[in-house]
Design a protein around this ligand. Structure first.
Ligand SMILES: [Fe+2]
Ligand SMILES: [Fe+2]
Length: 209
């Protein structure tokens, strides 16, 4: 049975397409370099949320721990990049996070709900991709991805809890909003993408990475 047939996730609607896994196995340098960027971005997003919601000590405490953990992930990936002799390079981000962010409300209190939902999806997709890649990619990446998969599963739940809390305070129907993000997320994961990145869709024909 294929992964897609058995796929069931509390948040994500679709499994990573086989075409993306193939591209990841063919482009390990880009995969690792963009993965390192994702860890930095995850830490930086958590810090930004600490400034945006500075009066909320529960949120700032959770985001502080998250930022530290994401930076430790960055250091693990950076170490591997160095030991594997991957040439450091600057990579522009893909479409995924930017397109998800476009759906985020511009004004409070809906903005906080959306930012937390958005964080939950990004973490959940990372978690799903680590699990999908781990058995296919071989050592030493498989061990790293196996460990990170568990961390990202915790992270998406942290964001989802914060989303639920913010939604309750704001009088927003959480599930309906989650569904809107889920639909966009599934579209970004399954539609052809001209650039290969950690959160990209399957490569469009002719995209060389
Ligand atoms: Fe991480
Ligand atoms: Fe994370």
């Amino acid at each position: 049975m294929s992964r897609a047939e058995v796929f069931a996730h509390p948040l994500l609607r679709v499994a990573t397409p086989a075409g993306w896994i193939e591209a990841a196995l063919a482009l390990p340098d880009v995969l690792l370099t963009d993965h390192a960027n994702c860890e930095k971005k995850a830490a930086s997003t958590a810090l930004a949320l600490m400034f945006a919601y500075a009066e909320d000590l529960e949120l700032t405490g959770k985001m502080s721990r998250l930022a530290r953990e994401e930076l430790r992930h960055y250091e693990q990936v950076a170490k591997l990049i160095q030991s594997l002799g991957v040439t450091p390079q600057r990579l522009a981000p893909g479409r995924y996070a930017e397109r998800m962010r476009r759906l985020v409300a511009k004004t409070e209190p809906r903005r906080e709900v959306d930012l937390m939902i958005c964080g939950a999806f990004i973490e959940a997709r990372s978690c799903e991709r680590f699990a999908a890649l781990s058995p296919a990619i071989g050592a030493p990446l498989s061990d790293l991805f196996q460990g990170l998969h568990h961390a990202e599963a915790r992270h998406y739940k942290v964001y989802l809890d914060l989303a639920g809390r913010a939604a309750k305070r704001a009088g927003v129907a959480l599930q309906a909003r989650v569904e809107e993000f889920a639909a966009l997320e599934a579209e970004l994961i399954t539609s052809p993408d001209s650039v290969f990145r950690f959160h990209s869709g399957p490569p469009s024909s002719g995209s060389g990475g």
